[in-house]
Design a binder for this molecule. Structure first.
Ligand code: MIC
Ligand code: SF4
Length: 644
C-alpha cells in the first residue's frame, strides 16, 4: 500500500510511538521558529531547561508582531530575544525583516523537513513541502532542546485540485472554498494534503497562502508536494541545493477526499466574524466599505503585491476608504521599491506600513466604529481588529485592491483582462537583517538582556487529590484564544508579564472575569465546542493558570490550545454527554474527587455539581505521557522531573 506525502515525512521523523491514526506519536523536529509575541515566554522556558545550545538543524527567532513601540516593553523584549538567540545558537531576524512565515518560506524552508513554530500559521511552510506545525511556546522550547514534538498521528485528507484558476480568482479563494466546505472545525486531527493536476498551476507563494489559512480549519497542518515549481522558487531564492522532489505514492490511501475544480471557483469573502462564514460577492451584495488592509502572512508575497500595484496603477483610493499595505518581508518591500511598484501604491494613496503583522493582530489601523474593513488576512474574530464592533471581511488581494478604488465590495473580475503575473527569475537576496548566533565556545561572553517587564512564568503545582472549585465562567461554542487572551496594541506589550496580562483575560466575554477568578482563588471554566481555536498563544493557558483555573470542561477543544492547557498543568475535560453542558451555570460548585486515581483508572472522570446535587461524566482524552505531565503540574515540571 502506498503512502501519502504526510505519512512519508512523518515516518521519516518518528522517534516515539507507531504510525497508528489517532494515537500519539513523537517526531524529531528539524527546524523551529518563534515570533516575538510568543517568543519571550518560549525563550524563558528554554532557559529554564538549562540546555546551552539549540539542537535543531535551524532555529530562527522573528520580530514581527510587537513592532509598535509606544513604551519600553516591546523594545526590551526584542533586545532580550536578540541576546538569547546570540548566546544559544538561534538565528535572529531583526524587526523590519518581515513576517516570520513569509521570511521563513523565502529563506529557510526546506521540502521534507519538519518545522514547529510558536505561531498557529506555521503551516505556511507546507507550501514548500514541509510538515510545518503550529505549537505552544513550551513545545517549541523542548524541540529546541532536542526533545520530540508530540502530535496525534493524523488522518490525511486529499484535496484533489483540477483545472486552473480563472483570471482575478485567487489562491485565497481556494482556501476560502475549503473553509466553506469543511468549517473551522473540519480539519481537527487531520493533515490536508493537496494533490492533482491543478497543483502545478499554483506558484509556491500561492500554495503557501492555502496552507497558511489551513490553520483556520483547525487542521494539524496542510501540505503541497515539492515539484519543479518548488525547485524554481528555491532557485530564485538562491537555494536550489535545498530542493528535493516529494509527492505521495500513486496508490496512497487517504481518509477523506475533497475535489476542487479551480476553473469553477469565483471570488469569495469570509464575512464577520468567522473565517468559515464564506460567501460570494454576489451573495453579499452591495457593501460600502471604510477600510482596506493588504498584507499579513497569508497574502503579502511579491506576487500578491505586484497584482495590487497593477490594479492601483494611475488610480486614486476612494475618498471614503483608508487603504493600508504591509509588504510581507524586507525582500518583498525592497523589490517593490526597486521595480517601481511601491511608487505606484504611494501615488494611489496607500498608507505603506512596515513589513510586520500590524493590523492583523490589532497593532494599529483599527477601523472606525462599526467600520467595514476588507482585509487580506486569515482571521476576522470579533474584536481582533481592535474595534469591538468592527466588521471584518477576509478577501483576496485582488478583491481588496479593486474595492479600495470603488469604495464598495467589488468583484475583481470587473477589472477586465488580467495580465500574466510571474515570479521573478531571481529574488533580491540579502540576509543582512538576520543575525547569526555566536560560536558555541564564545557563548559565555554574551549577556542576556532582560527588561523590567519580563517576569517569570507562573509556577504550577502537582495535581491535587481533589478539585473543589466554582465555575468562574461559562462560554459558548467556537471560543477563540483571542477571546481568552486578547491581543492588540495595548495588551501585546504585556506578553512577558503574566500577572499584568492576566487582567485582560476573557475581557471580551466578561469584564469581571479577572476579579471573579481571583476572588474564587481556584475555579473551573466551562465551554462549548472547538474551545480555544485560533492562535497558538500559550498565554491563553498561562493567564488562567495564574488566575487559579484548575480544569476546563468543554464539548470539544482545538488542538494547540488543548496541548497548551496540559503543558500548563490544567485539566482539559470534555462532556461525555453534551447535554450536561446545559445543566451547569456560572458560579456552580464543581467537585472532582480522587482525581489522580480516576485518571489512572481510565479516561472517564466523574464530576459532581455540588450546587445542583448531581454527577456527570467527563472524558480526559490525553496520552499517558500527557497524564504524567498533568500529575507533575505541567510540561516544565515534568521535564525537570524526568529529564525528558
Ligand atoms: C495570531 O495570528 O493570532 C498570532 C498573533 O499570530 C498568534 C500568535 C500570538 O498570539 O502571539 C498565532 O496565530 O499563533
Ligand atoms: Fe502575524 Fe497575522 Fe500572520 Fe498571526 S496571522 S502571524 S498576527 S500576520
Amino acid at each position: 500500500m502506498g503512502l501519502t506525502l504526510t505519512e512519508k515525512i512523518l515516518s521519516a521523523h518518528i522517534v516515539d510511538g507507531e504510525m497508528i491514526k489517532g494515537k500519539e506519536i513523537g517526531i524529531r523536529i528539524d527546524q523551529t521558529l518563534t515570533q516575538d509575541a510568543t517568543g519571550t515566554m518560549a525563550y524563558l522556558e528554554f532557559e529554564a531547561m538549562g540546555v546551552p545550545r539549540v539542537k535543531t538543524e535551524r532555529s530562527v527567532a522573528y520580530i514581527d508582531h510587537n513592532t509598535l513601540q509606544s513604551g519600553f516593553e516591546n523594545a526590551d523584549d526584542h533586545r532580550f530575544i536578540g541576546s538569547v538567540c546570540k548566546k544559544h545558537g538561534i538565528y535572529f531576524s531583526r524587526p523590519g525583516n518581515g513576517i516570520c512565515h513569509q521570511v521563513h518560506l523565502e529563506r529557510f524552508g526546506i521540502p521534507g523537513k519538519t518545522l514547529i513554530g510558536s505561531d498557529s500559521h506555521t503551516p505556511t511552510g507546507g507550501g514548500i513541502g514541509m510538515i510545518a506545525i503550529g505549537a505552544g511556546g513550551m513545545d517549541v522550547a523542548v524541540a529546541m532542546g532536542g526533545g520530540a514534538y508530540y502530535i496525534t498521528c493524523p488522518k490525511v485528507v486529499k484535496v484533489e485540485l483540477s483545472g486552473k484558476l480563472s483570471p482575478w480568482v485567487s489562491a485565497k479563494d481556494v482556501i476560502l472554498e475549503v473553509l466553506k466546505r469543511l468549517s473551522v472545525k473540519g480539519g481537527v486531527g487531520k493533515v490536508i494534503e493537496y494533490c492533482g493536476a491543478g497543483v502545478k498551476t499554483l506558484s509556491v507563494p500561492e500554495r503557501a497562502t492555502i496552507t497558511n489559512m489551513g490553520a483556520e480549519l483547525g487542521a494539524t497542518t496542510s501540505i503541497f508536494p515539492s515539484d519543479e515549481t518548488t525547485r524554481e522558487f528555491l532557485k530564485a531564492q538562491g537555494r536550489e541545493q535545498d530542493y528535493t522532489p516529494l509527492c505521495a505514492d500513486d496508490d496512497a490511501v487517504y481518509d477523506e477526499l475533497v475535489e476542487i475544480n479551480l476553473s469553477e471557483l469565483v471570488p469569495l469573502a469570509a464575512c464577520p466574524h468567522s473565517p468559515d462564514n464564506v460567501k460570494s460577492v454576489k451573495e453579499i451584495g452591495n457593501l460600502k466599505i471604510d477600510q482596506v488592509c493588504i498584507g499579513s502572512c497569508t497574502n503579502s508575497s511579491l506576487l500578491d503585491m505586484l497584482k495590487v500595484a497593477h490594479i492601483l496603477k494611475g488610480k486614486t483610493v476612494h475618498p471614503d476608504v483608508s487603504l493600508s499595505i504591509a509588504p510581507g518581508s524586507k525582500q518583498v518591500l525592497n523589490m517593490l521599491a526597486k521595480n517601481g511598484a511601491l511608487s505606484i501604491m504611494i501615488e494611489a494613496g496607500a498608507r505603506i506600513l512596515e513589513s510586520a503583522c500590524g493590523p492583523c493582530i490589532g497593532m494599529g489601523q483599527s477601523p472606525n466604529s462599526k467600520g467595514i474593513s476588507l482585509r487580506t488576512f486569515n482571521r476576522n474574530f470579533e474584536g481582533r481588529s481592535g474595534t469591538k464592533d468592527g466588521q471584518i471581511y477576509l478577501v483576496s488581494p485582488e478583491m481588496a485592491a479593486a474595492s479600495a478604488l470603488t469604495g464598495v465590495l467589488t468583484d475583481p473580475r470587473d477589472l477586465g483582462e488580467m495580465p500574466e503575473f510571474k515570479l521573478p527569475e531571481f529574488f533580491d537576496v540579502n540576509d543582512n537583517m538576520i543575525v547569526p548566533p555566536i560560536e558555541a565556545d564564545k557563548m559565555d561572553t554574551v549577556e542576556v538582556l532582560r527588561g523590567p517587564n519580563i517576569k517569570p512564568f507562573p509556577v504550577s503545582e502537582p495535581l491535587a487529590q481533589t478539585i473543589d472549585a466554582q465555575c468562574s465562567l461559562k462560554v459558548g461554542d467556537n471560543i477563540t484564544t483571542d477571546h481568552i487572551m486578547p491581543a492588540g496594541a495595548k495588551i501585546l506589550p504585556l506578553r512577558s508579564n503574566i500577572p499584568e496580562i492576566s487582567k485582560h483575560c476573557f475581557a471580551v466575554c466578561d469584564e469581571n472575569f479577572y476579579k471573579r477568578a481571583l476572588d474564587m482563588g481556584k475555579s473551573v471554566i466551562v465551554g462549548g465546542s472547538n474551545y480555544g481555536q485560533g492562535s497558538s498563544r500559550e498565554h491563553a493557558a498561562l493567564a488562567p493558570l495564574y488566575l487559579g483555573v484548575k480544569a476546563v470542561i468543554t464539548k470539544s477543544f482545538a488542538r494547540i490550545h488543548m496541548a497548551n492547557l496540559v503543558n500548563a498543568g490544567i485539566l482539559p475535560l470534555t462532556f461525555k454527554n453534551e447535554a450536561d453542558y446545559e445543566r451547569i451555570d456560572q458560579n456552580d460548585e464543581l467537585k472532582i474527587e480522587n482525581v489522580i486515581e480516576q485518571i489512572k483508572a481510565g479516561d472517564e472522570i466523574t464530576v459532581k455539581n455540588v450546587t445542583k446535587n448531581y454527577e456527570f461524566t467527563t472524558v480526559l482524552s490525553v496520552s499517558d505521557r500527557q497524564k504524567d505531565m498533568l500529575y507533575a503540574g505541567g510540561l516544565l515540571n515534568y521535564t525537570k522531573e524526568t529529564g525528558k
